[in-house]
Design a protein around this ligand. Structure first.
Ligand SMILES: Cc1cc2nc3c(=O)[nH]c(=O)nc-3n(C[C@H](O)[C@H](O)[C@H](O)COP(=O)(O)OP(=O)(O)OC[C@H]3O[C@@H](n4cnc5c(N)ncnc54)[C@H](O)[C@@H]3O)c2cc1C
Length: 535
């Protein structure tokens, strides 16, 4: 690409405005850095959310589908996941995938950072839970967390900003079932408001939380971090696709070439570059940013860029109930209670590490009819038995890293600007298979204890590649990792990575609080230790 116009230099260029990019943009702007954030997608106005339309369920499967390969919006890049047992989902807009997320926000356990020492698998992280703790707390304050302190499975944490979301009669039923088995459960921490918080309204429990919320009750980074960052002077540019991160003769980052909202080519010079494109978009851009000095892609002297892709593996079971007391299409989908009874390694089991149970509700009428109910003459009877009457238990399993699970550049498909699509290779490990089989059996026990009259087992979910991790991992050894413990590239001291790519292991919980805590920690490091990057 030939640069046409060169913009005014800035201190920091951030690529991506999702969970991590927004957090870093806010923190560095608050620290007085001149920040520009380039985001390939648009602002998504609340008036456009599908929940404002009678056709919301149709939109859920078309322009608001979770998969970029179905949506095919201008900002989306195709993902070749033909050779992946789990299909990739994400959103490309200001706010990134938090536009679509369900905002269930458990934290890693301290043991997740030490799996090699404790269980002899994968690698230890170069940092501990306690290095991240203050940043988890800060992130909760920025995003707003409903929950209750005191979970015996986790270290104590700061007072939650809001009380937990009500369990509802369905959640209470499941909680009693866990109690009857003597198994752990706790109300989920959630970035969904149970009361008004910082000008955003409380949840009205309407249901389809993943289609966004025009009350602002469900936090996303476009309505939390970014408005504050802009007030602090950040320049957030939508519809701006980074084509390549540029480097100088010394191998350090110099900025980025990108396509602006008019499709014109521009060069944005910067003293430093922070990459926040998610666990797929980031390795894609690093691999694409090849140069004489970085012939295998930027920050890739270790050869680890793109490798060790983790998604989390999912299985579980769904129970049918006649007497739950409220229809289960109402209420936030996945934020009721969680159980970490089987989280830690137990030598009596045939797998290492473990899983979290997330208790989930049912879907709207159309997804129920086309997704869960068999076609044929019994369709209406079956629909009647299921709609609003299902409770699901999803086991989200620790998906240990393997180098063969990876992101590469596709040789055929490109996005609208000619940037190669990512090609994903991923297969489920034997450890994960055993872990999931245990999860399905345990889910059945809970649903039986809860009084479900029919139970459907789900041995493996395929369309659940929403946690994108591990493809530019952190570590102390430059030969085995891409960034150091502060997210700084081993190869270029002014290049930082702050999204889920830097995860060493994936743990058995949703990743976003950990992603955002890491991003805030990197920003703090830059603010305090890298004043040389400030003009
Ligand atoms: C349906 C769904 C449900 C989810 N539910 C949960 C949940 O309950 N709890 C949880 O913890 N997590 C959940 N997640 C995951 C969560 O959304 C992600 O972990 C989080 O958003 C990742 O943050 P990120 O900053 O790494 O990436 P993203 O939020 O994906 O943001 C990356 C941004 O970078 C931009 N970008 C990429 N490449 C370029 C480029 N070349 N130029 C310019 N911009 C670029 C993209 O457009 C995108 O906006 C869910 C995700 C989905 C899709």
């Amino acid at each position: 690409m030939t640069s046409v116009k060169t913009r005014e230099p800035v201190d920091v260029l951030v690529m991506g405005s999702g969970a991590s990019g927004a957090a870093v943009t806010w923190s560095l702007s608050a620290g007085g850095f001149k920040v520009v954030c380039l985001e390939q997608g648009p602002w998504v106005p609340p008036s456009s959310y599908p929940t404002n339309s009678a056709d919301w369920q149709y939109l859920q499967r078309t322009t608001w589908d979770y998969s970029p390969n179905v949506r095919k919006l201008p900002a989306d890049y195709p993902v070749n996941d033909e050779h992946s047992q789990i299909k990739v989902v994400m959103y490309n807009a200001i706010g990134g995938s938090t536009i679509h997320w369900t905002a269930h926000v458990p934290r890693f356990h301290p043991s997740d950072f030490r799996v090699k020492s404790l269980d002899g698998v994968a690698e230890d992280w170069p940092i501990s839970y306690f290095d991240l703790e203050p940043y988890y707390d800060l992130n909760d304050e920025m995003m707003g967390c409903s929950g209750i302190n005191g979970d015996p499975a986790n270290p104590p944490r700061s007072p939650r900003q809001m009380p937990p979301l009500p369990l509802g009669p369905d959640g209470e039923r499941m909680a009693r079932a866990f109690d009857s088995l003597g198994w752990h459960w706790w109300p989920s921490d959630s970035h969904v408001n149970s009361t008004e918080y910082r000008g955003r309204q409380a949840c009205n429990y309407c249901g389809p939380i993943g289609l966004n919320c025009d009350r602002g009750a469900r936090a996303s980074s476009d309505i939390t971090y970014l408005p504050d960052a802009i007030k602090l002077g950040a320049d957030v540019r939508p519809n701006s696709t980074v084509y390549e991160i540029t480097t100088g003769p010394d191998g350090r980052a110099t900025g980025a070439n990108y396509y602006n909202s008019k499709g014109e080519q521009e060069f944005q010079p910067a003293n430093s570059v922070v990459v926040a494109g998610n666990g797929i978009g980031t390795p894609r851009m690093l691999l694409h940013s090849r140069s004489r000095i970085h012939p295998n892609g930027l920050a890739n002297s270790s050869g680890m860029v793109g490798k060790n892709l983790m998604f989390h593996v999912y299985a579980g079971a769904t129970g049918l109930f006649n007497d739950l007391g409220s229809p289960t299409y109402r209420g936030p989908l996945a934020n009721i209670i969680m159980s970490q009874e089987f989280y830690e390694t137990d030598p009596s089991r045939d797998f290492k590490r473990g899983y979290t149970f997330q208790v989930g509700r049912g879907q709207g009428p159309a997804p129920t009819a086309i997704g869960n109910v068999p076609w044929g003459k019994n369709h209406h009877v079956e629909f009647d038995q299921r709609f609003g009457k299902t409770m699901g238990l999803g086991a989200i399993g620790d998906d240990l890293p393997e180098e063969i699970n990876r992101v590469e550049l596709d040789t055929k498909q490109t996005d609208r600007h000619g940037i190669p699509a990512p090609k994903i290779t991923y297969r489920v490990s034997e450890n994960s298979k055993r872990l999931l089989a245990h999860g399905v059996k345990s889910a059945r026990k809970v649903l039986e204890a809860a009084g479900a009259h029919r139970i459907f087992e789900n041995p493996f979910s395929t369309n659940t590649g929403w946690h994108l991790m591990g493809t530019a991992r952190m570590g102390d050894d430059p030969g085995r990792s891409v960034v150091d413990r502060f997210g700084q590239s081993h190869d270029a001291d002014n290049l930082f990575i702050v999204d889920g790519s830097v995860f060493v292991t994936g743990a058995a919980v949703n990743p976003t609080p950990t992603i955002q805590a890491l991003a805030l920690r990197t920003a703090d490091y830059i603010r305090h230790e890298r004043m040389d990057l400030k003009s």
